[in-house]
Design a binder for this molecule. Structure first.
Ligand code: ASP
Ligand code: MG
Length: 422
């Protein structure tokens, strides 16, 4: 009898009616003979509501004691939805029990609000499954070595589900959500976007990190590391559709590259508006400058994405990089107050009105000219490229944010992503 993990997002758990539907779907799988573990998110809006209450009482603070309480608070959202689902299943006549992460326990480190899972104790779960019960485990949370409740970061229930699937050696982890799969790009930007039947784990990683918000990126990393077969599918199909049909729907995130007979060169277009560009101008070009600039940034715990250093002229060079938009002001302050005076650079400027657009595809490994086709398309649209970065399976550009949709649409067309694949 194979073991399956289902994960239901906040929208799927958004009301008692929807929870009833989830229960009916899970009951169908259970009655078909699968051992079932279900990982729900909090009911939609609940995590925001809870965190909002905290803010009403005290402005958000990075202090450990405040962050600890945020986790204590936010974890209750999943505790409530898990218990409600267990009750709904019992009402369906299915034996079911729910556990909060700390009860198993799911052990994490102590990084409140962004903890990482270290281990999962499966004894209790296995014993319940052997008794034929459906086991429900709260998403998003665990417990540290001092018995403090921790959470895994927003969207963390995906990671919980994949980690649980890995620990229990489940045969598949099904992520039920409010979209019916992973698309070639965001259908709100390109209505012709197509659902992908399969996507490789590496491509998914690039798509997820780039703003295709279907899965929390860490869940994909986890799935890759532990080779958990992962499927994203809709929770809005009727609960009583044929199980075999349901099991094949959505998008499979696969590890076997040759599973795709006809490999598209580019599988998807990803984009995001979450970054800001920082340029340090007139930097004396000598050994150690990259370290002086970026070392200070890293020390302030600010993540850097793209980096460019220009050739020097008269012994001076320009240095640009991107950071998350939330870190833009902090980075500017840091550079102006510490780095510039030490470095003797002329000026620091920031630009938040940028976006990053990427073409992603494992087919790029074995084809030349893919990036230049991208640049040609952008030039035909009159879009200026500010920065470029490439990896084996991705080419990204930074452009003015006002051209984002134009760029995404044009690239989607150039790479034939709006064509139906047989
Ligand atoms: N409820 C949490 C959040 O909203 C975790 C999740 O839904 O995955 O971020
Ligand atoms: Mg989510």
């Amino acid at each position: 009898m194979s073991l399956i993990v289902h994960k239901y997002g906040g929208t799927s758990m958004g009301s008692t009616d929807r929870i009833k539907n989830v229960a009916k779907r899970v009951a169908k799988w259970s009655r078909a003979g699968y051992q079932m573990v279900v990982v729900p998110s909090a009911m939609s809006g609940e995590t925001n509501r809870l965190l909002g209450l905290a803010k009403e009482l005290a402005p958000s603070s990075a202090s450990m004691s405040y962050q600890r309480e945020l986790d204590m608070l936010a974890s209750t959202g999943e505790q409530a939805s898990s218990a409600l689902l267990a009750i709904a299943l019992q009402a369906e006549g299915v034996e079911s029990v729910s556990y909060a992460g700390w009860q198993l326990p799911i052990r994490t480190n102590s990084a409140f609000t962004k903890a990482r899972i270290e281990s999962i104790e499966d004894k209790r779960v296995m014993a319940d499954l052997d008794k034929g019960k459906v086991v429900i485990i709260t998403g998003f949370q665990g417990v540290d070595e001092h018995s403090n409740i921790t959470t895994l970061g927003r969207g963390g229930s995906d990671t919980s589900a994949v980690a649980i699937a890995a620990a229990l050696k489940a045969s598949e982890c099904l992520i039920y959500t409010d979209v019916d799969g992973v698309y070639t790009t965001d259908p709100r930007v390109v209505p012709e976007a197509k659902r992908l039947l399969t996507i490789s784990f590496e491509e998914m990683l690039e798509m997820a990190s780039m703003g295709s918000k279907v899965l929390q990126i860490r869940s994909v990393e986890f799935a890759g590391k532990y080779k958990v077969p992962l499927r994203v599918l809709s929770s809005f199909t009727p609960w009583d559709i044929d199980l075999t049909e349901e099991a094949r729907s959505g998008t499979l995130i696969s590890f076997e590259e040759d599973e795709k007979m006809e490999q598209a060169i580019v599988s998807g277009i990803a984009f995001n508006r979450d970054e800001a560009k920082i340029s340090v101008l007139g930097v004396p070009d000598k050994p150690g400058i990259a370290y002086q600039i970026l070392g200070a940034v890293a020390q302030a715990n600010i993540e850097v994405d793209m980096i460019i250093q220009n050739i020097s002229r008269d012994g001076k060079t320009d240095f640009s990089f991107t950071v998350h938009r939330n870190d833009h002001a902090k980075t500017l302050d840091l550079l102006k107050s510490q780095v510039i005076p030490e470095l003797g650079a002329a000026e620091v400027v920031g630009d938040t009105k940028i976006c990053k657009v990427s073409i992603v595809g494992i087919g790029m490994r074995s084809h030349v000219g893919v990036a230049s086709k991208m640049f040609k398309t952008l030039s035909e649209e009159g879009i200026n490229i500010q920065m470029i970065s490439t990896s084996e399976i991705k080419t990204s550009v930074v452009i003015d944010e006002k051209y984002m949709e134009l760029a995404v649409r044009a690239l989607h067309k150039t790479f034939d992503l709006d064509q139906d694949k047989a």
